[in-house]
Design a protein around this ligand. Sequence first.
Ligand SMILES: [Zn+2]
Length: 154
Amino acid sequence: MRSQVVGVVFHNRFKKIVSVKPLTRRELTLRQGVIVEGWVYDAHEDVAVVKIYRANNIRANAIGLLHVSQISSEYVAEIQDYVRPSDTIRARVTNNTPPYLLTIKEPQLGVIHAYCGSCGEELYLTSSGVLVCKNCGRVEKRKVASGGYILTTT
Ligand SMILES: [Zn+2]
């Protein structure tokens, strides 16, 4: 399969890796303070791995790490009670070099779209702040982005 990224190929013969540096007119360098959107594709005990696809409304392509300590000002015992794989989140970058570290502690940051863990349909945000599946009735909890969740029951 061909790489979908058009750009300059860098060969690192010491590390034996090949990387493609994308060439875009508006190449955005992620840096501390930038708001990003990304897709959670893995969640471990203390860190969630996020594929960043948008930064300051410009297309981006980077990996972000969301540590359990950067999810809430409350104590977070289980990362899965706040974010889960396949969720889409809005987060803020807290450093200037890869791997990019993310935070969703601020009220307007967090999950903006999620799927039902039981049937896979989209979850809707209710007025009481929980997410509900209109298909199977399952109720789930997340750290939802205040004012940012895409689907609501009203
Ligand atoms: Zn469901």
